[in-house]
Design a protein around this ligand. Structure first.
Ligand code: GTR
Length: 344
């Protein structure tokens, strides 16, 4: 009887130790950033709209790889592509709160939170891609990234987003007149609404993920984007008319949440390494961008899309029409506009 009692306590003791051990090791794997931080580094989330093989997604992954290498595993970044963490507007809000740690988003919706950024996406502000990169890599580009800190955003770098043009389900657009009265989806950006209106068309802001079905069901007549997005979103299947008017070059942005970096105790040294990794991923992204742009245009041609180049006379009409927008939307940052235009 006495032994039975000892045996009972022994079994109970062994059982408790096992339960405690299993519980602890489970906790280590799954929870508490604090707990895993010391042993395996922290894992942070990066939100991306585009699918797996898109140039920006590939660059996000290159960035994540560089961060892990440079911080020797202290900071790991997992890329959630295909809008798994939400559409861009909500993602940017989450970045501000610290609910999402990193994101690659278009500059357009970010400019809603930091209005001066609009100078970088005004229609026809850049002569060409080279001019845009001079601006982005120069003092204006740096200043704009830094200005995001007021909104709890750490601006890391710019990626290439090519040039955006109109496409639609209805007809070939060869002139400014052809645009009149047509309804185009735009990003969640007041500047983009103004741009479409200045060209005489109707603007409908909408999340990117809703555009395909809106085109299909006729809620909108068209949208506007670069060739890689036109293809990867499958919009080309339903909106077969693409007119190369290249009305805006909207840079892509890689950003981090200053709140999340703080909450996760990411050290200043590691933040410096994160910034370095971002800058180093830019050239890689540009190579991917160039390749995918060419392939996407070819794919659109092969799929039987009608691709129209605007003649120079019509292009000047587009450029003249958007001037009203410079005066209306750009009045608070005329100095920046001038600086951009003067950048050689
Ligand atoms: C793409 C851009 C995305 C998203 C999308 C849109 O060109 O890369 O980040 O902003 O356009 O039109 O919403």
């Amino acid at each position: 009887m006495k032994y039975q009692k000892y045996l009972y306590f022994l079994v109970l003791g062994v059982f408790s130790v096992v339960v405690l051990f299993v519980g602890c090791s489970k906790n280590d794997e799954t929870s508490g950033k604090g707990e895993t931080k010391d042993k395996a580094g922290i894992e942070l989330k990066l939100a991306e709209t585009h699918p797996n093989d898109f140039p920006t997604t590939l660059a996000d992954k290159e960035f994540a790889k560089l961060v892990e290498e440079k911080t020797e595993g202290r900071v790991k970044i997992k890329v959630y592509e295909g809008s798994q963490l939400g559409e861009e507007k909500q993602v940017i809000e989450q970045i501000q709160f610290g609910g999402i740690d990193f994101a690659r988003v278009s500059l357009s919706p970010v400019a809603e939170f930091s209005k001066d950024l609009n100078a970088l996406q005004l229609p026809y502000i850049y002569k060409d891609s080279e001019h845009m990169w001079k601006v982005l890599n120069g003092p204006i580009g740096e200043k704009m990234l830094d200005s995001l800190s007021e909104k709890n955003i750490l601006g890391l770098c710019y990626y290439d987003g090519g040039a955006r043009s109109f496409y639609n389900t209805k007809k070939e657009i060869k002139s400014l007149d052809d645009l009149k009265g047509m309804k185009f989806r735009v990003m969640e950006s007041s500047l983009m609404v103004g741009m479409v209106e200045s060209l005489g068309a109707i603007a409908q802001p909408m999340d990117y993920g809703e555009v395909y079905s809106a085109l299909k069901t006729g809620v909108i007549d068209g949208a506007e984007n670069n060739f890689p997005s036109y293809i990867s979103s499958n919009h080309y299947e339903v909106a077969k008319y693409y007119t190369i008017d290249a009305h805006s070059r909207v840079p892509e942005l890689l950003i981090a949440s200053t709140n999340s970096l703080k909450n996760n105790n990411v050290s200043d040294e590691d933040i410096t390494l994160i910034k370095e990794a971002a800058k180093e991923s830019v050239d890689y992204q540009k190579v991917q961008w160039e390749k995918t742009s060419n392939e996407s245009k070819e794919k659109a041609e092969k799929a039987g899309c009608t691709i129209t180049e605007l003649d120079s006379k019509e292009l000047s009409k587009f450029q003249e029409s958007v001037q009203s927008l410079y005066e209306k939307e750009g009045k608070d940052f005329m100095d920046i506009i001038k600086e951009i235009q003067d950048t050689k």
